[in-house]
Design a binder for this molecule. Structure first.
Ligand SMILES: *Cc1c(COP(=O)(O)O)cnc(C)c1O
Length: 481
C-alpha cells in the first residue's frame, strides 16, 4: 500500500475459538443473502481483522480481499484517521437529526465537499444510510418532481434486467434480479425493465452484431419502451455506469451516448447509480466522468465512506432541486439517521484522504498494470473473456472458448459455450480461491473483482497468480466430475 498511509497496527494473530463462534453464529445470527440450509451445515467464515488489502479470519488465516469487502473499502483497511474522526465526532455530538430545518456541521461540510467532486450540475446532497435507501429516496423524489409540475401520471421508472439497485422493496424492484423479484411479489407497480448491454452474454439472435451494434440496439430498447408506455407516463431511467453485482458489465460506445440522447429527447430524468462506480472505482472520481454522463440524480454509498460507516447520498441536480424550491410543499421523506454526524465525519475524512493522497490519480498506473496482468488469464482454457475498467473487472468462465473449436461450421457460431447452470463452475472457482487466500466473488460463472484502490503491483501479482491457481484447480475438478 502507499507509503504515506497512516495505518493501525497490524492485527495480532487470532486466538479465537472458531468452532464455538461458528456455533453461536449459526444459532442466533440470521444472515443476509445466504442459503440458510447450506449455512447450517457449513457455518460461517468469521473475519476478525483487516489491514491494507488483507483480511484475517478467526483462525488467523490471511486473505487478499480482491472484493474490497462488498465493493466498498476503496482506501483500504486499517486507516486510523477514520477511526479518530469517528471518535472525535462521537465526543462532540454523537447524534442529531436533519429534519425540520435542522443541521449539524459534518452534514453541511460533507454536502459541500460532495458538490466539489461530483459533476457541476449536482449542488445538493440528501443523506441516507445505504445505497438501497438512497434509491428509495430517488423513487420518491423523481415522482414528486413530476407531481409538482402537474404531471402526476409520470410515475414509471425504467431500469434494466440484471441491474442491482439494492434490497429494499423499491431497491429490489428497480434492480433487475429475477431471483429477487420472485421472492415477495416484486417489482412494485410503476417499475419496468429493458435489456442490458451485456455483449459477452448475448444470445444467438445477436451473435453477428459487433459490440457497437449490440450496444446501440440495447440503448434503443429504452426508446422502444418509452414509446410503448407513452413518454408522458415515464418519470426516469436508472442505470449503473457499469453493472456491478450483475457481473461487471461494461457498456461500450455508443450505449451511454444514445441513452442520454433518448432521455433528453423525451424529457426523462437520468438517474446514475454510482454506488459501486463512485469514488475512484472506474479510474476517475465517478463513473459519470469515465462515461461522460450528465445525470439529474446520482446515488452514492459504499466508497463514500470506504465502508467505514454506513452512509449514502443522493446528489440532486439543480434542475430537480429548483422545482422543489419553487413550490411551497414538503418533501415528506427522510430517515432518522439522514446526515448522521459520525457517518458524515468519517465520509469527509475518507474524501480528504482520497484527495490529499491523490489515491485515485496514483491508482491509475496500477489499473493499467492490473489490466495487463489480467490479460494473461485470457489464455487460460477455462476463460472466455476478461474485462476491466479501473479497479473493477470480471473473468468469464466457459466450457469452450468458442464453438469454433469444435464446430466446422464455425463462422455461424462464434459464441463461446457456457457451462450448464448446475455445473457450478463459478462457485467452485470462488471456493478454491478462498482456500488459497483470495477473495473473489462468483456471479453465476462470472468471477468478479474490485480490490481496494491502494492495491500495490506486488499485491496485484499475488491476486493474479492466486486466481490462475484457482482456475487450474477448477478446471481439474470439472474434468474429474
Ligand atoms: C450495493 C449497491 C446498492 C445497494 O447498496 P446497499 O448499501 O447495500 O443498500 C445499490 N446500487 C448499487 C449499484 C450497488 O452496487
Amino acid at each position: 500500500m502507499f507509503a504515506t498511509a497512516k495505518t493501525m497496527p497490524k492485527p495480532s494473530p487470532a486466538t479465537h475459538n472458531t468452532a464455538a463462534l461458528r456455533e453461536l453464529d449459526r444459532k442466533h445470527h440470521f444472515h443476509p443473502f445466504t442459503n440458510h440450509h447450506r449455512m447450517r451445515a457449513r457455518g460461517a467464515r468469521i473475519i476478525t481483522a483487516a489491514n491494507g488489502v488483507y483480511v484475517y479470519d478467526s483462525d488467523g488465516k490471511q486473505y487478499l480481499d480482491a472484493m474490497a469487502g462488498l465493493w466498498c473499502v476503496n482506501i483500504g483497511y486499517g486507516r486510523a484517521e477514520l477511526a479518530d474522526a469517528a471518535a472525535a465526532q462521537m465526543r462532540q455530538l454523537p447524534y442529531y437529526n436533519s429534519f425540520f430545518q435542522t443541521a449539524q456541521l459534518p452534514a453541511v461540510d460533507l454536502a459541500e465537499a460532495l458538490t466539489k467532486i461530483t459533476p457541476p450540475q449536482y449542488q445538493r446532497a440528501f443523506f441516507g444510510c445505504s445505497g438501497s435507501d438512497a434509491n428509495d429516496t430517488i423513487v420518491r423524489l423523481a415522482r414528486l418532481y413530476w407531481q409538482l409540475q402537474g404531471q402526476a401520471q409520470r410515475q414509471t421508472i425504467i431500469s434494466r434486467h440484471n441491474a442491482y439497485h439494492g434490497s429494499t422493496m423499491a431497491g429490489a424492484s428497480l434492480g433487475g434480479m429475477a431471483f429477487m423479484h420472485a421472492q415477495g411479489g416484486l417489482p412494485i407497480p410503476g417499475i419496468t425493465h429493458i435489456e442490458q448491454p451485456y455483449y459477452f452474454g448475448r444470445a444467438q439472435p445477436d451473435e453477428k452484431l459487433t459490440e457497437a451494434e449490440f450496444n446501440l440496439k440495447a440503448a434503443h430498447a429504452l426508446e422502444a419502451k418509452i414509446k410503448e408506455l407513452g413518454a408522458d407516463q415515464v418519470a426516469a431511467f436508472i442505470g449503473e455506469p457499469i453493472q456491478g453485482a450483475g457481473g461487471v458489465i461494461i457498456p461500450a460506445e455508443p450505449y451511454w451516448r444514445e441513452i442520454q440522447r433518448i432521455c433528453k429527447k423525451y424529457d426523462i430524468l437520468l438517474v446514475v447509480d454510482e454506488v459501486i462506480c463512485g469514488f475512484g472505482r472506474t479510474g476517475n472520481w465517478f463513473g459519470s466522468d469515465t462515461f461522460n454522463l450528465q445525470g439529474d440524480l446520482m446515488t452514492l454509498a459504499k466508497g463514500l465512506s470506504s465502508g467505514y460507516q454506513p452512509i449514502s447520498a443522493v446528489m440532486v441536480a439543480d434542475k430537480v432541486s429548483a422545482v422543489l424550491d419553487r413550490h411551497d410543499h414538503e418533501f415528506s421523506h427522510g430517515y432518522t439517521y439522514s446526515g448522521h454526524p459520525v457517518a458524515c465525519a468519517v465520509a469527509l475524512k475518507n474524501i480528504e484522504i482520497l484527495r490529499h493522497e491523490r489515491i485515485i490519480e496514483r491508482a491509475q498506473g496500477n489499473m493499467e498494470y492490473l489490466r495487463a496482468r489480467l490479460q494473461t488469464l485470457a489464455e487460460h482454457p477455462l476463460v472466455g473473456e476478461v474485462r476491466c475498467q479501473g479497479m473493477l473487472g470480471a473473468i468469464e468462465l466457459v466450457a469452450r472458448k468458442t464453438e469454433a473449436e469444435t464446430n466446422v461450421n464455425a463462422q455461424s457460431l462464434p459464441l463461446p459455450r457456457r457451462f450448464d447452470a448446475n455445473a457450478g463452475a463459478g462457485a467452485l472457482c470462488r471456493d478454491f480461491c478462498f482456500a488459497n487466500g483470495l477473495v473473489m466473488r462468483a456471479v453465476g460463472d462470472t468471477m468478479v473483482f474490485s480490490p481496494p484502490l491502494i492495491i500495490s503491483r506486488s499485491e496485484i501479482d499475488e491476486f493474479i497468480e492466486k486466481a490462475r491457481h484457482g482456475l487450474d484447480q477448477t478446471q481439474h475438478q470439472l474434468a474429474a466430475d
